[in-house]
Design a protein around this ligand. Structure first.
Ligand code: CA
Length: 531
């Protein structure tokens, strides 16, 4: 999927908005002092790749404009041609949550995109899986070692007999005991785990391994009626019964004598579910059955120039095709809240976004930090001076479609169109919460590079720079660096990504993370106390 990096011989800078008084250097390796830009401006410092150069003389306290907005204020006079790094900038305060523009933008309705489909696994509840996986839900971390042992045996001894089943995964996590389970906020990890068990890629085949004495009892995790059992004899009638017993193997059950008794119980339960999963076949479904989560990680200054705009273009394609798309990462869109509330389809949707932002502001304040705690050393090395600059590049993943829905952390997504799914920006926590929302395909952009992957859904990774795509050619699925090189447009890469998504969703192609089996842990978001 990648193209060779091109070394631009001529100095190349990228300016995002006509108001901007800085531009970023695109050349691999940066540019040395004395370089004369095409505009005639001479660099007075070495400027690393992705970092900003002052296009005019900036007086102390002057706004430094990128994406047409102040990303900071000069701490001292900065001559034209200087490297503008984070130590020269004072970060603006966060935009207040009052007096925001509410549903003011009426984007021209984009034409429907018809005729695109993929091969998926239709579930009894109407959802569609892109993979056919047996998931073993756990109520508590105590059982993780036993489940891991059983999963290895299932993979070795049972899975080869069920060729239509892609994988077996244990849904291991650190929750379940030692937690204040009735505290405000505890509902978030509990519903997250419940909704992950019901992810479309698991086919409604819910089985649970419990210890027995834990706070999070199986019937609290999955109350009667909250889960569906697929019954191929009468598909129309599944999941409706609140009487369907939950399939639980409890390790402290008196019936177990010895460790192998526990393993045998898990394996015999797994076999029944594998038989039903194996009977499933892919069928042609419209692209509207995609539930896509987009996020970024290890971002750099190119994220907002190449990969994220291409993902944003693809987001618009998905919305036009009638699919569900989620963007998340609350702290990374917080500084663009006015752009989001203005794009809301209704005042109620805008209000829900404001509530989620206010909740997160308060959550961070409890820890005596704010959104500025988000940026990493790697972000800064990649040219992102602060969270304001990072957010302006992150938010473009949401494209230009109206925002028609908002969900809270751990909630299940039920709507088509563009949704703000409020989550932390942490890659694995965001991915875990998007899994709970029902994501069946994940798109992840990176500039610094991360080998991120999830066991439950394919993760398509998009590189922001050709240099990264070249070095990580067997980890990155799409190279959006071609946009900075000038060899492809944002639209070209957006369409490439859209077509790849249909191939990956259909199982015709595997992502690099799938090929290498690179899987990050499920990490539950638990804002409640631990005892
Ligand atoms: Ca992230």
């Amino acid at each position: 999927m990648t193209t060779p990096a091109t070394t631009a011989l001529a100095p190349l800078t990228i300016r995002m908005h006509e108001r901007d008084n800085v531009a970023i250097v695109a050349n691999d390796g940066g540019l040395p002092p004395g370089t004369v830009l095409p505009s005639g401006l001479t660099l007075c410092d070495r400027v690393p790749q992705g970092h900003k150069v002052a296009l005019i003389d900036l007086k102390a306290d002057a706004p430094v404009l990128r994406y047409g907005i102040p990303i900071g204020y000069a701490l001292k006079d900065i001559p034209a041609g200087s490297w503008v790094h984070e130590r020269l900038l004072k970060m603006p305060d966060a935009r207040g949550l009052d007096n925001l523009p509410i549903a003011t933008v009426k984007p021209p309705s984009l034409p429907a995109l018809e005729g695109y489909s993929f091969e998926g696994f239709r579930n009894a509840d109407g959802s569609v899986g892109t993979r056919n996986i047996l998931a073993i839900t756990t109520t508590v971390q105590c059982v993780a070692g036993v489940v891991d042992f059983a999963v290895q045996r299932i993979k070795a001894e049972l899975l080869p007999r069920f060729p239509n089943v892609d994988d077996v995964v244990g849904l291991e996590h650190t929750y379940g005991c030692g937690v204040a389970i009735d505290a405000p906020g505890a509902e978030i990890p509990i519903r997250t785990l419940r909704n992950i068990s019901l992810n479309p890629n698991f086919g409604g085949e819910v089985m649970v391994v419990s210890l027995g004495c834990e706070k999070l009892q199986p019937e609290r995790l999955l109350p009667p009626g909250s889960f569906a059992i697929v019954d191929e004899r009468n598909v129309a009638d599944v999941g409706a019964s609140a009487d369907t017993p939950l399939d639980v193997v409890c390790l402290q059950d008196d019936a177990h004598v010895g460790f192998m008794s526990m393993i045998d119980s898990i394996m015999s339960a797994a076999q029944l579910h594998l038989e039903r999963l194996n009977a499933r076949v892919r069928e042609t479904v419209p692209a509207s059955e995609l539930v896509v989560g987009v996020q970024c990680g290890g971002s750099d200054a190119f994220s907002g120039v190449t990969a994220n705009p291409a993902v944003g273009f693809c987001t618009d394609l998905l919305v036009r095709a009638g699919a569900s798309v989620m963007f998340s990462e609350t702290t990374e869109v917080r500084d663009g809240i006015d752009q989001l509330t203005s794009r809301a389809t209704t005042p109620a949707v805008a209000q829900r976004m404001i509530e989620e932002m206010a909740w997160y502001d308060a959550y961070l304040q409890r820890g005596k930090v704010d959104r500025s705690a988000n940026t990493t050393p790697g972000n800064k090395k990649g040219g992102l001076s602060n969270i304001v600059e990072k957010a302006m590049g992150s938010i473009v993943k949401s494209g230009s479609a109206p925002i028609s829905n908002v969900i809270s952390p751990g909630e299940k997504l039920k709507a088509k169109g563009l949704t703000f799914a409020a989550t932390p920006a942490s890659d694995f926590i965001c991915g875990t919460l998007q899994l709970a929302a029902g994501m069946n395909l994940h798109v992840f952009t990176t500039g610094r590079g991360t080998p991120y992957g999830l066991a439950a859904v394919p993760v398509i990774k998009v590189a922001t720079r050709s240099d990264l795509a070249r070095r990580w050619n067997d980890l990155m699925d799409v190279n959006a660096g071609s946009i900075a090189d000038g060899s492809a447009s944002i639209e070209d890469v957006g369409w490439e990504l859209f077509r790849l998504m249909l191939d990956v969703a259909s199982g015709r192609k595997k992502t690099w993370a799938e090929q290498w089996k690179l899987h990050n842990a499920l990490v539950l978001f638990n804002p409640a106390p631990v005892t």
